[in-house]
Design a protein around this ligand. Structure first.
Ligand SMILES: [Zn+2]
Length: 400
């Protein structure tokens, strides 16, 4: 997708933002197209710092797991690890179109995705990259390598898939690892090596549940974080999802290695893994949805509520919004842009709201939602197609 030049505004506060070749600029050249919004308000686009686009179809009638899971590992084994094995290219494409459309319509302009589809490894990231490009969202993609289904060969192929797509102005590639507890030392070491070779970072689930901590201890490490560090996989700038079961010193240790954390409050509550109370020890914590609907306003409400319940004063109530600001900084770091949104040098990603509702969305200067409607496709048709694919997916899930 080409970056574009656009002048947005003035809005009702008299604010205008010039975007030149996809980047916010102090001024726009004469003749630049104008998106006027005299009764709207300009906001930065939101960054969703951890999600799984492949779970997009889950809201469309996913059958309940039988027998009902009683802990986190059983949730993975009976739900998500069956769903991801059943994914084929058609299902992934349909789910991705629906999910990316819903993200843009909610004012989310960047998705940091963690993908897994063990029976569709090669080519899976291209499916996601093509949909992101088609609809015009900024993205960071990775394939989460694991050994949980087919052993080391699966991990080698998973890591290699991260080489199969190339960065572009709106796309960065990370190196994905599922989690410490589903990979060998060798795979973790290779993930770090690959991230350094590609000039990128690692994206991995860390200490989401106590089971991850117990596994690392059994392997002779203090915990999963220390295991990643010992094996050279905590490349500076890496993204650690969850960190629910890290103590304060461990959270600070990760930050000293230049890591980012992503808190996923709705998911953590839903999976009953606990509240990530120690993340507030460090400033580098962004907000993710972990496969839930990509409306960052909803996630922010959940964070605000759960932080208050858990006495996490650093992010309770209105202070929760600080997590969203950090998402911008995380995105800007990977794209080598100014981290202060809407300032010259920042990503040209913004949202115009009227009475709170998203009216227009611009990504890298391209108008991707206009008057509340997706520009790159028919969002209603995407949802219809996604629901039809979901029916096929539930059938396949019975047999994988
Ligand atoms: Zn996740």
């Amino acid at each position: 997708m080409a970056s574009a030049t656009l002048l947005v505004g003035p809005d009702k506060h008299g604010r205008s933002v010039a975007i030149v070749d996809g980047i916010v600029a102090a001024t726009a050249p004469a003749g630049t197209p104008v998106l006027a919004c005299p009764d709207g308000e300009i906001f930065p686009g939101a960054v969703c710092a951890h999600t799984h686009i492949y779970s997009a179809l889950a809201p469309y009638g996913m059958p309940k797991a039988e027998p009902a899971p009683e802990n986190f590992i059983q949730i993975l084994e009976r739900v998500w690890w069956r769903l991801d094995r059943a994914i084929d290219a058609e299902t992934l494409r349909a789910g991705a179109r629906d999910y990316v459309a819903k993200a843009l319509l909610a004012g989310t302009t960047t998705l940091i995705d963690h993908h897994e589809s063990p029976n569709l490894i090669e080519g899976s990231l291209k499916v996601l990259a093509d949909v992101c490009d088609e609809l015009g969202i900024r993205a960071m993609l990775c394939f989460g390598a694991t050994e949980r289904n087919f052993g080391r060969d699966e991990a080698v192929r998973g890591l290699a898939e991260n080489r199969n797509i190339k960065p572009s102005p709106l796309l960065r590639v990370l190196v994905g690892l599922h989690a410490s507890f589903t990979v060998s030392d060798q795979t973790i070491g290779e993930a770090g090596d690959l991230a350094r070779a590609l000039g990128t970072t690692v994206h991995v689930h860390v200490a989401e549940d106590l089971a991850d901590v117990a596994d690392a201890k059994q392997r002779g490490y203090v915990g999963p974080l220390e295991r990643l560090i010992a094996l050279g996989a905590l490349v500076p700038g890496s993204i650690l999802a969850h960190g629910v079961h890290l103590d304060a010193a461990q959270v600070r240790l990760a930050a000293e290695h230049g890591a980012w954390f992503v808190q996923n409050p709705r998911s953590n509550e839903g999976n009953q893994v606990g509240y990530a109370r120690n993340l507030s020890q460090v400033p580098t914590v962004a907000l993710g949805v972990d496969g839930w609907n990509p409306d960052m306003g909803e996630e922010l409400s959940a964070l605000s509520r759960l932080a208050a319940q858990n006495g996490d004063d650093a992010v309770s109530g209105p202070r929760a919004a600080g997590r969203l600001a950090k998402g911008h900084a995380l995105m800007a770091e990977r794209f080598d842009l100014q981290s202060d949104p809407l300032a010259p040098g920042a990503a040209g990603d913004l949202v115009v709201r009227r009475g709170g509702a998203v009216v227009d969305v611009v990504v890298a200067g391209r108008h991707v939602v206009a008057d509340g409607r997706l520009v790159g496709g028919d969002a209603g048709a995407f949802e219809t197609a996604a629901r039809a694919e979901a029916t096929r997916l539930w059938d396949r899930m019975k047999n994988v």
